[in-house]
Design a protein around this ligand. Structure first.
Ligand SMILES: *[C@@H]1O[C@H](CO)[C@@H](O)[C@H](O)[C@H]1NC(C)=O
Length: 358
């Protein structure tokens, strides 16, 4: 069974290489124009005919997962969207770190037990949970629909524009998709499964209930409520905080249960001997490399743009930085003209750019 992040990574080559293909992807999936509430009965058509079958074959999936994919038109595309979302979020959250989530050709990280590995597992499962739930409420999947808020029919919900994100379906689907016994054998497998769950939990804790009134001129004769996921950026931020406070674990055999458990050794000076990590903690087993020089884990930090006040010294790993000046244009001396527009002049300013030395 392929672990989730490498599954998501297997979609990246066709998605990532250039901005052009990113745009192509978003126009193909119609993301900008995606109406959350398709008209009754006319769900946004998933891949026509057998196209989704071909998409499923191209993905790196186990046999069982391929079957699930073939049975559910719309899933292949949802998986791709999730891969895209998790990568963009990872790169955003790590934009100021030495490891900036550039993964192309450097997937060695996935086989290790670093904090970064933990984040990748969590952000991938979070993105997939989120994207699936949204795909349900957008009518892009045949087998699921709006969240089952009591007393609300899906048809009605779409009509009123109150289709909730179906988190229940998406988490159930995900655990089925990942397989029943995702490894309980060794420490790595336990940690990966734990971090995957941290991602799912992070999405769950962002679920909010929103309500809307209907009736003659806002009389609120009928009030409907539905569930809504928070923007994925917030989930990404929450996971980044978890990364910053990740817990290093080792294994301990639980004598009573006769199986391996994750175990976080006590901090220095603490009275307890150690604890199981909390369900929301990201866990890791190995200290990360410095990520300063190119390796199979990262391209290093040479050439990274940094801020002289804030980040250059740590980002450049003591190698120093180059300073370049460039001219940037901006609007200035703006005046309001009668009536009703603002007229500006173009000004040019010199700006210094700092980049880490090789
Ligand atoms: C990450 O840093 C490398 C240089 O070390 C750079 O080439 C790459 O574009 C950066 N990636 C992102 C997503 O910023």
């Amino acid at each position: 069974l392929p672990p989730l992040p490498s599954l998501l990574l297997s979609f990246l080559p066709p998605i990532l290489p250039s901005k052009v293909s990113l745009l192509a992807l978003s126009s193909l999936t119609g993301r900008q124009v995606l109406t959350p509430f398709p008209g009754l009965g006319t769900a946004v058509a998933p891949a026509q005919g057998g196209a989704h079958l071909k998409q499923c074959d191209l993905l790196k999936l186990s046999r069982r997962q391929k079957q699930l994919c073939r049975r559910e038109p719309g899933l292949a595309e949802t998986l791709q969207d999730a891969a895209h979302l998790s990568l963009l979020e990872c790169q955003f959250q790590f934009r100021h770190e030495r490891w900036n989530c550039s993964l192309e050709g450097r997937t060695g990280l996935l086989k290790r037990g670093f904090k970064e590995t933990a984040f990748l597992y969590a952000v991938s499962s979070a993105a997939l949970t989120h994207t699936l739930a949204r795909a349900c409420s957008a009518g892009r999947m045949e087998r699921c629909t709006c969240d089952d808020s009591p007393g609300l029919e899906s048809r009605q919900a779409w009509q009123w524009g109150v289709c909730g994100d179906n988190l229940k379906y998406s988490t159930k689907f995900l655990s089925n998709f990942l397989g029943p016994k995702r490894g309980s054998k060794d420490l790595r497998a336990r940690a990966d499964a734990h971090n995957t769950n941290v991602g799912i939990k992070a999405v769950k804790s962002g679920l909010r209930t929103t309500c809307k009134c209907h009736g003659v001129s806002g009389s609120c004769a009928v009030r409907t409520c539905w569930k809504q996921l928070s923007p994925f950026r917030e989930t990404g931020q929450a996971l980044k905080l978890r990364y910053d406070s990740a817990v290093k674990v080792s294994s301990a055999t639980n004598e009573a249960l006769g199986r391996l458990e994750l175990w976080a050794p006590a901090r220095l000076g603490s009275a307890t001997k150690g604890l199981a990590p909390r369900p929301g903690d990201l866990v890791y087993m190995e200290d990360s490399p410095s990520f300063c020089r190119p390796s199979k884990y990262s391209p290093g930090t040479a050439g990274r743009v940094c801020s002289r006040e804030a980040s250059c010294s740590s980002l450049c790993c003591g190698r120093g930085y180059d300073t370049q000046s460039r001219l940037v244009a901006f609007s200035c001396h703006c005046q309001v003209q009668w009536c009703c527009y603002v007229e500006c002049q173009q000004c040019v300013q010199e700006e210094l750019v700092y980049t880490c030395k090789h």
